[in-house]
Design a protein around this ligand. Sequence first.
Ligand code: 7TS
Length: 407
Amino acid sequence: MNIQEIRKQFPILHQQVNNNPLVYLDNGATSQKPIQVIEAVDRYYREYNSNVHRGVHTLGTLATDGYEGAREKVRKFINAKSSAEVIFVRGTTTAINTVAASYGRANLGKGDEIVITPMEHHSNIIPWQQVAKTTGATLKYIQLQEDGTISLDDVENTITANTKIVSVMYVSNVLGTINPIKEIAAIAHKNGAVMVVDGAQSTPHMKVDVQDLDCDFYAFSGHKMCAPTGIGVLYGKKALLEKMEPIEFGGEMIDFVDLYDSTWKELPWKFEGGTPIIAGAIGLGAAIDFLEGIGLDNIADHEHKLAQYALEQLGKVEGVTVYGPKHRAGLVTFNLDDVHPHDVATVLDAEGIAVRAGHHCAQPLMKWLKVSATARASFYLYNTEEEVDIFVKGLTKTKEYFGNVLY
Ligand code: 7TS
């Protein structure tokens, strides 16, 4: 893939920040948007803005076609069997909350177990804590190995016949660990549990096939994969979704309403109460076209090389501690001596380099790492080796700066 050609498609990348060319390495938080996505959203608002699934007028039909066309693109992108299994939601957080509130409340009780891991994002912890509290179920954790990976022996030992739900992230937003989802799903199923996957950090960066993984639910966010904010997807197997109750009620999701009772539309619309995220879905469809045009395998390969190069270069800077396994997705989380990660990010920002510092919405993982915070550089398809060099040089400067100030 030709990175310079790809970079040309992202208007935001071509600017100076604090008198330096922008080096955007905060893709784990959100990705930048290519012109194709910006134009698709712009075109919708300029040319056919209308509500969907109602009137027979021309603009309404165009908007409905755009919205439902995007659903079909998502279906193909993750290889779902049917577009009835693709529910548009606000993002990963909403998707997981929907499963916890709908499937969880209906299927959990005292003595039942929910199994997750300590590396999860808060969005894949708190919904389960809450549903455990309301149903009397128990929350259990698969322990992490020293390098921040999961062993299938531990998975086997943690999941029992009492486990009803297993929910694990495909790729860690802090460690970069790529979890063996297919194998974990098989163990969950052997014990009669359903498998939920947090795909926030995998879907933008690698080929995902929900049928091959054989997961029951899969959640992801559009904004981390070149699409606008406010759109995401909950995939669920049809047989499960059909038995589940909606968690939002109102317009759009109903079939028939009487004074004291109502019935719901069929899938996927029964889970899409209210005017849906039309522009967001159309933007997500454009983002999928864009990513598939480049090829998810090419993107994964490029980011893997960048992460390995970054690890190599960081290894040359004294005082840098990198967290997570060697085999990892395209990100590096680290600390520099005793310098607070917020200070690291502030000095890097003065050089035009955007990284994230903090707990990355993974406080239990920070506890496990025995740190209060870390800094993180996370890559995407438009990042280059030269940018990794600028970032590492920036870190050397940070070190010198704090070395002089502190000692
Ligand atoms: N799950 C994982 C693994 C994530 O990395 C994130 C966001 C979410 C869930 C939540 O996604 P949302 O779109 O619903 O907010 N992670 C990050 C991050 O690492 N830095 O900023 C947001």
